[in-house]
Design a binder for this molecule. Structure first.
Ligand code: TXA
Ligand code: MG
Length: 356
């Protein structure tokens, strides 16, 4: 069904949305599209309901969930108090791909916050997500709707690939928008801190609230893989995520795109001669320059939004094609590039090759 041009109020009346809302009210799990990736939802006020999310995903119980709401007034049940900084951020970025970590309210069930005294909340922007949240009149806990450790789903097909038979259903709304998860920002301290880079960029945040920090665990693990000194404040960040079945490496662009492509093609050639099935993740500018078993363009280098939207789907395609080794071009870390590089490095388990 094409929901793009329908209003939230119209969508609420759809049989699919009503059915999904009924499942959610009955304590079942339902997957639905958001403007970032597909989420797997359950009643955030019920431990039994949210327990089903952990079970379906195979998610470690110490990894808390994001609570999704349709309107700011629902916060009264979920959070304890709202710092002024947080209000500013909500006004600018909600509905949208920004998740705020706030002091936890009493009604939120234990498994949602995984025992922390904070809770992560966002108002999504996707009309179907909003219609579903309004129809069920509950705060809905929803992590990405993939099996734990797999690339996040950006289509309903991806959801079924991972969770078919394990959930009550999925609302199919076509491809999700951004393609990468929301930015998670801790607003419980004096200065907001990015715990996970995502759809809302650091520059956008700084524009609204001035100083913004980045959890050192993120920047550090992006650079020095394997250093145990930093434990991320966002529990989910420590798990190896987004992993394709094949091994993956990034190739640095620090010494120019030409050097990057030369090195990358040499690696592909070596591995193919050794008998591996090899894929390359590149952009429109690079597609013609590689010979591999599978060459994917993520869009254009000067349009990082298109790159972001295609990463997860391209990793899943590599899996389906039985790709054993993936080489990906690196991107600049500015704008949404910060989230792109964070996800690519995770998929590559931190492995980045230089060109000098
Ligand atoms: O875009 C998104 O955020 C998607 C869609 C479905 O909304 N959801 C999503 O959820 O990505 P999930 O569970 O895959 O990632 C949630 C992240 C994890 O890294 C988790 O550790 C962190 O948010 N998180 C949740 N609650 C937290 C808390 N109280 N403090 C710190 N980090 C928290
Ligand atoms: Mg996830």
């Amino acid at each position: 069904h094409n929901y793009q041009n329908e209003s939230v109020d119209n969508l609420i009346k759809h049989a699919q949305i009503q059915q999904a809302a009924t499942f959610l009210r009955a304590g079942e799990t339902v997957a639905f599209p958001t403007e970032t990736v597909y989420g797997l939802g359950a009643n955030a006020l019920s431990d039994i309901a949210t327990g089903k999310i952990f079970e379906a995903k195979g998610r470690p119980s110490d990894n808390p969930l994001i609570v999704h709401i349709a309107e700011q007034n629902q916060l009264v049940d979920i959070v304890d108090n709202i710092p002024p900084l947080a209000i500013k951020l909500m006004e600018h970025f909600w509905p949208g791909p920004l998740t705020l970590v706030l002091p936890k309210g009493k009604k939120v069930c234990k498994s949602v916050s995984a025992g922390l005294d904070t809770v992560a909340v966002r108002i999504p922007q996707h009309p179907i997500a909003l219609a579903l949240l309004k129809a069920c009149q509950l705060p809905i806990a929803a992590p990405s709707a993939n099996r734990s450790g797999r690339p996040s789903p950006t289509t309903a097909e991806h959801v079924l690939e991972d969770l078919s038979g394990k959930i009550a259903g999925v609302v199919d709304g076509g491809a999700a928008g951004v393609g990468l998860e929301s930015t998670v920002v801790d607003v419980t301290g004096k200065v907001p801190m990015i715990l996970r880079p995502g759809g809302v960029t650091m520059d956008q945040l700084r524009h609204v609230v001035g100083e913004v920090l980045v959890d050192p665990a993120i920047t550090d693990s992006d650079q020095k893989h394997g250093d145990e000194a930093f434990i991320p404040k966002s529990p989910g960040v420590k798990y190896q995520h987004y992993a394709p079945k094949g091994q993956m490496w990034l190739v640095s662009e620090d010494f120019g795109l030409e050097k990057m492509r030369e090195r990358l093609q040499a690696l592909v050639k070596r591995d193919r001669e050794a008998g591996y099935r090899v894929a390359v993740l590149t952009t429109d500018e690079g597609v013609d320059q590689y010979t591999a078993d599978h060459v994917v363009s993520l869009g254009q280098r000067n349009n990082l939004d298109s790159v972001a939207s295609k990463i997860y789907a391209s990793l899943r395609t590599c899996d389906q094609m039985g790709i054993e080794r993936i080489y990906a071009e690196a991107f600049p870390k500015s704008g949404v590039g910060m989230a792109i590089m964070n996800r690519l490095l995770k998929a590559a388990d931190g492995k980045m090759l230089g060109t000098e």
